[in-house]
Design a protein. Structure first.
Length: 289
């Protein structure tokens, strides 16, 4: 057996394992205060100006403006990062906007083997095309079922709301926030938005459910909501853990890249070494010559 090549391969495996440990340490580094968005669904009139503004800001086709779109609940798509749905609730007809929630500790970013999905220090969760290898683990891990893959494209991308990351870098607010005529969407520091939400609930306790959706769901999100009815009536998941999802599966998530990287390398080294020994025996060549 070719011990030199075998040991060389195992050394490379050790480097890969060390890289995984460093990645885990980097995830625990200090972060800036996150920005966020607070959506007051009691103020939303279903005009869908946010949908149009999002499409224009990111170069997507203009959304269907017909009322028929409310016939069924919609999810964000590869050509529409933000959608507004209509719901019949105990307080009558209400509307709620849906998009990426930009989790404080996103499962999609933790599951990404190449860190193509990244939680920025400012708060937005962005996707980086140059780092993506197309594994789509981000789609499988997201508790809100947000990232979408362009299956029909020859050069497919992962599509999802990035909280108008490019606009934020220019000092602007997200397009949907600026476009809302009812001022149902507020942008600011996440901590301050939580204080605003609590103040509104305290001021009008009979108007609002005494909870802010996204304050603690999935460990907390940058998109948060106020409502006058239980959030389940507005299509929100109400079965989510309050602990960040990466914490629930941290050992597994960090084991995945190690297994995918090291196990194939181990098998390849073993196969090559065994093959060389077999060839030597078949040709009658003494080992080492």
């Amino acid at each position: 057996m070719d011990r030199r090549n075998f040991v060389k391969t195992l050394s490379g495996m050790g480097v890969a394992a060390l890289g995984a440990e460093r990645a885990e340490a980097e995830d625990k580094s200090e972060k800036k205060e996150f920005v966020g968005v607070l959506v007051d669904t009691t103020r939303c009139v279903g005009c869908r100006s946010c949908e149009l503004a999002c499409a224009e800001a990111h170069g997507f086709p203009e959304p269907d403006s017909s009322p028929e779109v409310f016939a069924k609940e919609r999810a964000p798509s590869t050509v529409q990062w933000s959608v507004v749905n209509r719901f019949q609730t105990e307080r009558g007809e209400m509307f709620a906007k849906r998009q990426c929630m930009h989790c404080n500790q996103p499962a999609c970013a933790s599951a990404c083997l190449t860190k193509a999905m990244l939680k920025t220090e400012e708060g937005p969760v962005i996707w980086r095309e140059d780092k993506c290898m197309g594994c789509r683990f981000c789609m499988l891990s997201c508790p809100f079922d947000v990232p979408k893959f362009e299956y029909d494209s020859p050069m497919p991308k992962i599509q999802k709301c990035n909280l108008c990351w490019d606009r934020l870098e220019e000092g602007k607010r997200p397009a949907c926030v600026e476009a809302c005529p009812a001022e149902a969407i507020k942008f600011g520091k996440r901590r301050e938005l939580i204080e605003t939400g609590r103040a509104l609930i305290a001021k009008e306790p009979t108007k609002y459910v005494h909870d802010i959706y996204g304050e603690s769901e999935a460990g907390g999100t940058s998109y948060m909501y106020l409502a006058s009815v239980p959030f389940g009536q507005l299509g929100f998941r109400t079965d989510l853990e309050t602990i960040p999802y990466p914490e629930l599966s941290k050992d597994y998530l960090y084991a995945v890249p190690v297994v995918l990287t090291l196990w194939p390398a181990f098998l390849l080294a073993l196969s090559n070494a065994t093959k060389k020994e077999s060839d030597q025996e078949n040709h009658g060549t003494p080992d080492g010559q």
